[in-house]
Design a protein around this ligand. Structure first.
Ligand code: ATP
Length: 327
């Protein structure tokens, strides 16, 4: 449905154009929810802006339902793309009430039809009784829902969401992410989300592209990214854990391995020795910060009942099944 093929986007800079997205490809099927996840500045927003039609392409192409939208030298204007957007600064119009905000993109429809659609999407986002409220009377989370209703009202064939929950506290955020997923599912909306927050990506997306420096390093579902990261950057970015030289864990296979905190098991017979640096409670369990013989500091989950004060030495063994190795 959405096909992004080998796109390159550059911004003008003092020393000439600076390429910030290069050779990036992705595809979304109808009703699929995709996510671009990556550190600040890796180019996520630029990809969304290119899909929305705000940034021209230097190379590659963007197609929606087979219709070419962008290629080098050709950019269909944003308003003719049929794409909905909900960006970080989702600002509602302060001088319009909720109904008028939500109906903003429907001005060409007959009044009756517009009112019915506004009522329908407000119902969908859980605010059926707030049509007459003013934006300043709503909480941050409610304003976010109104912004979502506004983006969904024209039934866009694709919805782009850029850090849609960045202004909200953690609880509201997680709650809304799960709710947004269910709304998108119910309406069969295809969506592409951008975030640097892994929990948000996991809660929302069918497929996640982990980005670094303008490229997608891996495009897969969350369990695959966690269990089979293809690249040390993806391994370090997804889930807890770190990438270490294999020899630091007493392995003679060479290269590096991904160590998750649940892979190091306290065992009196174990051959790995580590100094306990600190132990912290991470409800429901506890996590120990350990210094290995080679000086690397790693995390390990501690089983209930094991008392291991800082400064003590712990014997451990490595659970090698499913261990991810890198050259
Ligand atoms: N209009 C612009 N002009 C010049 N450089 C820009 C412009 N917009 C973004 N950049 C640069 O392009 C790179 C990618 O920016 P982009 O906003 O796409 O990254 P991001 O991954 O979305 O980051 P964040 O999570 O911080 O929003 C950054 O180095 C940024 O400074």
């Amino acid at each position: 449905m959405l096909a992004v093929r080998g796109i390159r986007v550059a911004y003008p800079g003092p020393a000439g154009p600076r390429v910030v997205v290069d050779g990036l490809s992705l595809a979304l099927a109808h009703g699929e929810i995709g996510c671009l996840l990556g550190p600040s500045g890796c180019g996520k927003t630029t990809v969304l802006r290119a899909i929305a039609g705000f940034e021209p392409l230097q190379a590659g192409s963007i197609l929606l339902d087979g219709r070419p939208l962008s290629s080098a030298g050709r950019t269909v204007p944003p308003e003719l793309r049929g794409i909905g957007m909900m960006f970080q600064d989702y600002a509602l119009f302060p001088h319009l009430d909720v109904a008028a905000n939500v109906g903003f993109g429907l001005s060409r429809r007959p009044r009756r039809e517009r009112e019915a659609r506004v009522a329908e999407v407000l119902q969908l986002v859980g605010l059926p009784d707030r049509a007459d409220a003013w934006p300043h009377e709503l909480s941050g989370g409610q304003q976010q829902r109104v912004a979502l209703a506004r983006a969904l009202a024209p039934s866009p064939s694709l919805l782009l969401l850029d850090e849609p929950f960045s202004n909200l506290d953690n609880d509201t955020r997680e709650h809304l992410a799960a709710e947004l997923r269910s709304i998108l599912r119910r309406t069969g909306t295809t969506a592409l989300l951008v975030t640097h927050d892994q929990a948000e990506a996991f809660a929302m997306a069918d497929a996640i592209g982990v980005m670094d420096q303008g490229r997608i390093l891996q495009w897969a579902d969350a369990p695959t990214l966690y269990a089979h990261p293809r690249d040390p950057f993806v391994a370090g970015f997804i889930g807890r854990g770190c990438v270490l030289p294999a020899e630091a864990l007493g392995l003679d296979c060479g290269g590096r391995v991904l160590l998750r905190p649940d892979r190091l098991l306290p065992d009196p017979e174990g051959r790995i020795r580590a100094e306990v640096v600190a132990v912290s409670f991470r409800g429901p369990g506890r996590v120990a910060l350990l210094r290995l013989a080679g000086g690397q500091v790693v995390e390990a989950d501690l089983p209930a009942g094991l008392e291991q004060p800082p400064g003590s030495t712990l014997a451990l063994r490595l659970a090698e099944d499913g261990l991810v190795r890198f050259p």
